[in-house]
Design a protein around this ligand. Structure first.
Ligand code: F0G
Length: 456
C-alpha cells in the first residue's frame, strides 16, 4: 500500500476554534505579533511545538487513573525506572518535570565559568541553561546540516573534525562533556547516524570526555537509522535505541516528545558522582528522587508512552505524516528544509521571503502571515531565536532562517495536514507582500518567548 493511515482510532475529541481573518488580525496585534503570546482558544491548528502536545492513548489514561501518589517509593516510579533502563541501559535515572529542568541540574553539576560544551546544535533551553551557568555553548553541525536545500540522510550529524579541533584548541580539561542532540531539533529535526554517534564516542574517549545525548526524539532518530543506515534494516527500534545510548555516558530527556506524554523529563548517567550531586539538587529544586516534580500518575503515563513510541507502525505514520506535509508544500514550490525531519516541516524563510534580510526577521513575518491566513500557529527558528548584535553594533544572524511547523504526536489527521498546506501555499503565493519586522521589547535570555514585535 502506498497510502498511510493513522494507526489508531479516535475515542475522545477536542473541538478546535474556527475564527475569521478579521478576528485573527485583532488577536495577533494584541499578541504584539508574537505567536507565543496568542491565546490557544484563538488558534485553529497549533504547530508551535510537538512538546507536551501529544494525544495520549487510552492505555495511558487508564494508567493515570491507576496512579500511586506515594511521595516516596511509588510503584509508578519503579516501573518508570525499569522502562527507561530497559531502553537506555543507564545506571542512574533521575526524574524531572521536563527537559530543561534536567539541563539545569546537569549544568549546575558539570557547567560553570570557563567550561565549554559542544553539541551538534544546542536547543535554545540547553544553550540558555549552559550560558546561565557561565559556560560556553558551541554548535558544531556537519557541513551538510548547514544547507537547507541539500538532501542528505543524516544532516543532524555532529562535525567530528570540528569537534577534535575544538578539543585541541580549548583543552580537554575545559570540556566537561560533549553532547549530541537526537534528532537535531534546531537543525531541522534531522537525524544523527549511528556511525556518527559511535565515531564521536571513539574520538571523545581519546580525550576522556564523556558523551551525553540530548535524547528528546530518540525514537524518531532510531526510526531514521532503521530506514537509512546500512545494517539496521532488520533491527527493532528498541535495539537501535539501546545501541545509540550504549555509546553515551548519560542523557538528558524531555519526555514531552518521545515519552508520548504531556509532561516529564529525566537525566540519566553512568557517573556515580554526577548522579549524587544531581540528586541533591533535584531534592532541593524539583522533588524527591522517586518523582522529580511529577505527579506519580504522570510517571505511569510515561512508562506506557515510552513503550508505545517504540512501535514501528506508530513511527512509520509519524514520520510519514511529516513527509506528507513536506511533499504537499514542495509540489507547490514552497521552499522547505529537505529532506523533512522527524517532528516537523521547516520552511526556509531565506528562500520564501528573500526580500526581507535576516535582520528584519523573515521567519517572524511568515509565521504571522500563516496565522492570519488559516489560524495556524508556527514558530520562527532563526534570527529572532539565535541572532544578536555584537558590541560594535554588528548584526550576527542565525545560521538559518527557518519557520518550524512542529507536528504534535497523534493529534491531527490527514485533512488537517492538507488544511495546513493550503494555508501556507496561499501565503507563499502572495509572498512579495510580506513585510520586514522589528523587535520593540525583549527579555535578556531566550527573548523569542516573550519579545514584542511590530512591522518596520
Ligand atoms: N532539548 C531539545 C532538543 C528540545 O527540543 C527541547 C524542547 C528541550 C531540550 C527542552 O525540553 O521543553 O521539556 O524543557 N523543545 C521544545 C520544542 C520546547 O518546541 O522544540 P523541555
Amino acid at each position: 500500500m502506498k497510502s498511510f493511515i493513522e494507526p489508531f482510532k479516535i475515542k475522545a475529541i477536542e473541538e478546535i476554534p474556527i475564527t475569521t481573518r478579521q478576528e485573527r488580525e485583532e488577536y495577533l496585534k494584541k499578541a504584539n505579533f508574537n505567536p507565543f503570546s496568542l491565546r490557544s482558544e484563538h488558534i485553529t491548528i497549533d504547530l508551535l511545538t510537538d512538546s507536551g502536545t501529544t494525544a495520549m492513548s487510552s492505555k495511558q489514561w487508564a494508567a493515570i487513573m491507576d496512579g500511586d501518589e506515594s511521595y516516596a517509593g511509588s510503584r509508578n516510579w519503579f516501573e518508570f525506572e525499569e522502562t527507561i533502563r530497559d531502553i537506555t541501559g543507564f545506571k542512574h535515572i533521575i526524574p524531572t518535570h521536563q527537559g530543561r529542568a534536567a539541563e539545569k541540574i546537569l549544568f549546575s553539576v558539570i557547567g560553570g565559568v570557563g567550561k565549554i560544551i559542544p553539541n551538534n546544535t544546542h536547543f535554545d533551553t540547553t544553550r540558555g541553561n549552559l550560558e546561565f551557568s557561565g559556560a560556553i555553548a558551541i554548535d558544531l553541525p556537519s557541513a551538510e546540516g548547514k544547507d537547507p536545500a541539500l538532501r542528505a540522510d543524516f544532516k543532524g550529524n555532529i562535525d567530528l573534525i570540528g569537534l577534535e579541533k575544538l578539543i585541541q584548541e580549548k583543552g580537554k580539561e575545559n570540556i566537561p562533556i560533549a553532547m549530541i542532540t537526537i534528532t537535531n531539533n534546531s537543525g531541522g529535526g534531522q537525524p544523527v547516524s549511528m556511525e556518527n554517534i559511535r565515531k564521536a564516542k571513539e574520538l571523545l574517549n581519546k580525550y576522556d570526555i564523556p558523551l551525553y545525548l540530548d535524547s528528546c526524539r530518540f525514537a524518531e532518530n532510531a526510526y531514521f537509522i532503521k530506514q537509512r543506515e546500512k545494517g539496521y534494516e532488520n533491527k527493532t527500534i528498541k535495539e537501535i535505541a539501546r545501541e545509540m545510548f550504549s555509546y553515551a555516558d548519560g542523557a538528558t530527556m524531555s519526555s514531552k516528545k518521545d515519552g508520548l506524554s504531556n509532561t516529564g523529563g529525566y537525566i540519566a548517567t553512568n557517573d556515580d558522582k554526577v548522579a549524587e550531586k544531581a540528586k541533591t539538587i533535584l531534592i532541593v529544586t524539583e522533588g524527591f528522587i522517586t518523582y522529580g516534580g511529577l505527579a506519580r500518575r504522570d510517571l505511569a503515563a510515561l512508562s506506557q508512552g515510552f513503550r508505545e513510541v517504540l512501535n514501528e507502525n506508530y513511527l512509520e505514520y509519524r514520520v510519514g505524516q511529516v513527509r506528507y506535509l513536506g511533499d504537499l508544500l514542495l509540489e507547490a514550490g514552497v521552499p522547505i528544509l529537505e529532506p523533512t525531519g522527524g517532528h516537523g516541516v521547516y520552511l526556509d524563510a531565506k528562500r520564501f521571503a528573500p526580500h526581507i534580510s535576516p535582520e528584519f526577521f523573515p521567519g517572524q513575518a511568515i509565521s504571522c502571515e500563516i496565522y492570519l491566513e488559516g489560524g495556524v500557529r508556527a514558530c520562527e527558528i532563526g534570527s529572532v531565536m539565535f541572532g544578536s548584535y555584537d558590541e560594535n553594533g554588528q548584526f550576527n544572524p542565525a545560521l538559518m532562517e527557518l519557520v518550524r511547523l512542529a507536528i504534535p504526536r497523534r493529534v491531527y489527521t490527514k485533512s488537517h495536514i492538507e488544511f495546513i498546506a493550503e494555508s501556507i501555499i496561499n501565503v507563499y503565493k502572495r509572498r512579495e507582500s510580506l513585510r520586514p519586522m522589528k523587535i520593540t521589547w525583549q527579555a535578556e535570555f531566550l527573548r523569542h518567548f516573550t519579545a514584542k514585535f511590530d512591522y518596520v
